[in-house]
Design a protein around this ligand. Structure first.
Ligand code: ATP
Length: 252
């Protein structure tokens, strides 16, 4: 299996008023292509910090990160921004969409910014296909205030995929959604994963994590354990029970 993300001895320390807060302490992990990995753990354990540090949204204090075999830890900001734009997709709980643009224009923007070999027509057609796939083509021309939370999150997923990234990072992708919208969004993410999109997502939601192929449990800046979900685990309820037992063992 090919490595999508390789992380070695990753440390992140925040300094506030001369006081050091060692949030990540020598984290090691590998995510293979095609995996869907959930990161769980208590509040303040460093889940979001880990996601931001491995995805180049934030600079780690020490350690190295390889994206599809390429070291990104010491890239200059401009080069790192290009890697983020072209090789990574991001989905957040708070959807960072631009207010004066339509849903479709918000999705298109990163593709126009990235340049590359695709013509505007190719990009537009790809965008339309993504919106059809995620079931939001009928709201393509709506303003971002004229759609539901679930539709907006689907638009964010389209935007995260517009540059065909090697890996998707998501921080509480269903955190702002009600149960039914959350289930729909997870179904879409699962489908994308089955089509080969690699994902790393932070979640507090057991139902969300139970749909992933592997779960990492982080405590106080270290990965305390990991649970592999076997294909044969099949049934949703069975997976949830298996995860629940394991989380209790982890001290959740
Ligand atoms: N930009 C920052 N500057 C200083 N400290 C920060 C910053 N971001 C996070 N921290 C601190 O790092 C620690 C871990 O925060 P982080 O957001 O990674 O935790 P988390 O596990 O994602 O928590 P939650 O589940 O509550 O979202 C916390 O003590 C937090 O206060």
């Amino acid at each position: 299996m090919k490595e999508a993300l390789y992380v070695k001895d990753l440390c992140k320390t925040y300094v506030i008023n001369k006081r050091q807060n060692n949030v990540l302490k020598n984290v090691n992990l590998t995510i293979y292509q095609g995996e869907m990995v959930a990161v769980m753990g208590p509040s303040g354990s460093g889940k979001s910090t880990l996601l931001y540090s491995v995805s180049g949204m934030d600079r780690p204090t020490a350690g190295e990160v390889l994206l599809a075999g390429k070291r990104i830890t010491d890239l200059k900001e401009k080069d790192l921004a290009q890697v983020r734009l072209t090789s990574m997709g991001f989905i957040f709980q708070q959807m960072h969409m631009l207010k004066n643009l339509s849903i479709m224009d918000n999705i298109l923007l990163p593709a126009y910014q990235a340049g590359g070999g695709r013509s505007r027509q190719e990009i537009n057609e790809f965008c339309m296909a993504l919106m059809r796939k995620l079931g939001i083509s009928d709201v393509a021309q709506n303003d971002i205030t004229e759609v539901s939370g679930g539709q907006l999150q689907r638009a964010c997923i389209c935007r995260s995929l517009i540059n065909q990234p090697g890996i998707l990072f998501a921080d509480e992708p269903t955190g702002a959604l009600n149960r039914s919208a959350s289930e729909d969004v997870m179904e879409e993410l699962n489908k994308l994963n089955q089509e080969g999109v690699t994902m790393m997502l932070v979640t507090h939601d057991m139902k969300v994590a139970a749909k992933c192929s592997r779960v990492l449990y982080i405590v106080d800046g270290n990965i305390k354990g990991e649970l592999e979900m076997e294909d044969g685990d099949g049934q949703e309820k069975f997976r949830e029970r298996k995860l629940n037992h394991w989380l209790i063992e982890m001290g959740w």
